[in-house]
Every structure is written in structure tokens, then in C-alpha cells.
Design a binder for this molecule. Structure first.
Ligand SMILES: *Cc1c(COP(=O)(O)O)cnc(C)c1O
Length: 359
């Protein structure tokens, strides 16, 4: 039996027996070890509020026709994006923006192609590019976590594909639109701009789509729209990529329930606007009250430095006080003293602030 297990493991790619996505620690584990009935879940940048009644009703109605395959073109979703977000060709993915990232890589990258990533950042770009046997080159940000534009350009100028996240996860850093323009003017390949948190900041990158045909903007309904559990992401891609993107994508992107919920969520502007106002208000409270250096953030989370306390130790201390935060020790290039905390419901924020003052 043991022999057989080893044999099966040896058939797998090293990539997947040794590495993979690092998830935030399960709140249930933390709850168990801390004895709290309810844990403040501030580790995954989720929206703490359930979808609105209109979204729940749309999803429930769609469930009644779950015996039928979904619309392969997700036309009602595309139309809702055109109506509520931006009028440009749209692509979708049933697996969130993560699915968009994987599909773009599948459409563009052959083994050995160069993929550039501005780090420290979200791990999916490197994981998905490595899965396609790309050569991944990380370009470190400057000490204040702004993008080192010249260093980025010098690597990205001959790369097939480059990734830049703004506001950046996990630092919250917003890259000025003028820096993105400078990059787009200087590279021959494609820039994937990850805008998972863009609704929480003031920068508007959508206008760049008119000017550049080497720009992809990835967005998601997981954060501001509160649909993380339904996996709805989308991308604005240039016209020339639309056909290859669909050819590379899995046959059905959204499912009936996620598409109906997404259409209803996009129409619910007051849910979105109230949540954005909540985030902006609490973000400034966090910046003021966290007694550690806090990195300026345009997202629904902030990053702070607990040095000399290690972030893994800080995470345990928070857990004992019923608060789940993200230790960023697993983000390469960030060191081991940074903690990322999401802005949650009022009681969660208050419990966090009480805990951070007693670390
Ligand atoms: C959350 C997140 C995503 C992915 O969101 P999906 O849930 O897959 O839509 C993409 N990029 C960044 C930076 C994120 O933090």
C-alpha cells in the first residue's frame, strides 16, 4: 500500500507535490483553539455582509433551472458589466479572477516564455505561470512598496506577459495611472493589471483601455460585491485576444446561479456604495489607531509592520483574542513581520483594534 502511494506521488509534477497556494488559516481552527464562539474573520479581504435580498432571490430563482447548462457566452452578465461598469469587450470566468488569470496565461504562454511579476504581491500569477512552464521573473517594489517603474520596464519590455496589482495585495499600494501609462508605452508584451480592489480607491484605470491594446484589466465580484463564495471574476481584454481567450477558456465560465447573482449584485448600487463608504471610514480609523507603522492603502485591508514581533507570532496572539488576521510571512520578498488585516463588520473592527493595542 505504502509502495503504491509513493508511486502515485512520483507521477505528479514536482510543482504540485512541493508548493501551492497558501490559504489563510481556517477560522474554525482558530475558533477551536481560542474558545470564541464567533471569530472576527479579517484574514481574506472578504465582504463581511451577506448579499442583499435581491441577489439572494435572483440566485434562488436561477437554481430552479439548474438542470440546464448555463449560457456559454454569459450574455446577461456581459450586458450588466457594459451597463454598470464599462462599455468594452468583456470576458468572464466561473472561477473568479483567478480563472481569468489562468485563462489569459493559457491563451498567451508557451513553455519558456517570460512572465514578469511586480512583488511582493498576490501569489496566483507566479503559480499559474509556473504551471504553464513560463520563466517567472519577480521585480521587487521599492522600500515604500511603490512600483520601481524603471526596473519593472527593463524586465517587462521583452516579456510576453507582466502582472501588476493595484491596489496591491497585500500592501494596499495604489500605483498612479501615469506610471501604468509609462509602462504600457515601454513594453512589447501584455500587461495584466489586477484591479481586485479598485472600487475602494480613487484611481481609474478603465480609461487606459481606449488607448492601449496591450492592456488587460482583471476585476472580481468577490470583494466589493460580496460574492466570493460564487466565484465571479471578469476581465477587460483587447479585441485581438477575445477569440483566443474564449478558445482557451473552459466551455462554461459562469454557472446559472453565479451569473444571476452577479447580474443582480451589479445592479444593486446602494449595497456597493454603502460598503465602500464603510471601508473608507474604517480604513482611516485603522490607520489612526493601529500602534504600528501602517502602509497607506487603497483597498479594504491594511498592512502593518509588527517588528520586532514576528507576524506568525502576532497572528497567534490575535487568534487567542478571537481575531483572524493574515500573517504575510508566506509572501516572498516581504519579510516576516508584516500582518494584513481586512476591514470587517463593526464588531470585528472593534475587537481587532482592542487586540492590536494589547499585542
Ligand atoms: C481576491 C483577489 C483576486 C481573486 O479574486 P477571485 O475571488 O478569484 O475573483 C485576484 N487578485 C487579487 C489581488 C486578489 O486579492
Amino acid at each position: 500500500m505504502k509502495q503504491q502511494t509513493q508511486c502515485e506521488t512520483s507521477l505528479c509534477r514536482d510543482l504540485y507535490t512541493k508548493t501551492g497556494y497558501v490559504f489563510a488559516k481556517s477560522p474554525d481552527e482558530i475558533a477551536k483553539m481560542s474558545g470564541f464562539l464567533e471569530v472576527a474573520r479579517l484574514g481574506s479581504n472578504e465582504n463581511p455582509y451577506p448579499p442583499s435580498p435581491a441577489v439572494l432571490k435572483a440566485a434562488a430563482d436561477a437554481l430552479a433551472s439548474a438542470n440546464r447548462y448555463p449560457d456559454p457566452k454569459a450574455e446577461s452578465f456581459t450586458e450588466a458589466i457594459h451597463r454598470h461598469i464599462y462599455d468594452s469587450p468583456v470576458v468572464t470566468s466561473g472561477l473568479g479572477m483567478d480563472g481569468v488569470i489562468e485563462t489569459v496565461i493559457r491563451a498567451l504562454i508557451s513553455p519558456g516564455d517570460k512572465v514578469v511579476v511586480s512583488t511582493p504581491t498576490f501569489s496566483m500569477y507566479g503559480i499559474a505561470a509556473a504551471a504553464a512552464s513560463a520563466v517567472v521573473v519577480n521585480v521587487p517594489r521599492l522600500p515604500d512598496f511603490s512600483v520601481d517603474v524603471d526596473a519593472f520596464i527593463s524586465e517587462a519590455k521583452n516579456a510576453k506577459l507582466s502582472f501588476l496589482c493595484t491596489p496591491n495585495n497585500p500592501t494596499g499600494t495604489v500605483t498612479p495611472v501615469s506610471d501604468i501609462e509609462k509602462i504600457l508605452d515601454s513594453i512589447s508584451g501584455v500587461l495584466f493589471l489586477d484591479n481586485a480592489y479598485v472600487e475602494f480607491c480613487d484611481a481609474d484605470y478603465l480609461s487606459l483601455l481606449k488607448k492601449y491594446d496591450n492592456l488587460i484589466i482583471g476585476r472580481t465580484l468577490s470583494k466589493v460585491y460580496g460574492l466570493a463564495g460564487l466565484r465571479v471574476g471578469y476581465g477587460f481584454v483587447p479585441q485581438w485576444l477575445e477569440g483566443p481567450y474564449h478558445a482557451a477558456a473552459t466551455p462554461f465560465t459562469l454557472n446559472r446561479v453565479s451569473e444571476a447573482a452577479a447580474v443582480a449584485a451589479l445592479a444593486d448600487e446602494s449595497y456597493r456604495d454603502n460598503f465602500i463608504a464603510h471601508i473608507r471610514k474604517w480604513r482611516s480609523v485603522f490607520v489612526k489607531e493601529i500602534p504600528y507603522p501602517v502602509i497607506p492603502s487603497g483597498a479594504n485591508f491594511v498592512l502593518f509592520d509588527t517588528v520586532p514581533l514576528l507576524s506568525n507570532d502576532a497572528m497567534e496572539l490575535f487568534a487567542k483574542r478571537g481575531v483572524l488576521v493574515r500573517s504575510c510571512a508566506s509572501f516572498p520578498g516581504l519579510g516576516d513581520t508584516f500582518v494584513r488585516v481586512s476591514i470587517g463588520d463593526v464588531w470585528e473592527n472593534e475587537r481587532f483594534l482592542a487586540a492590536v493595542k494589547q499585542l
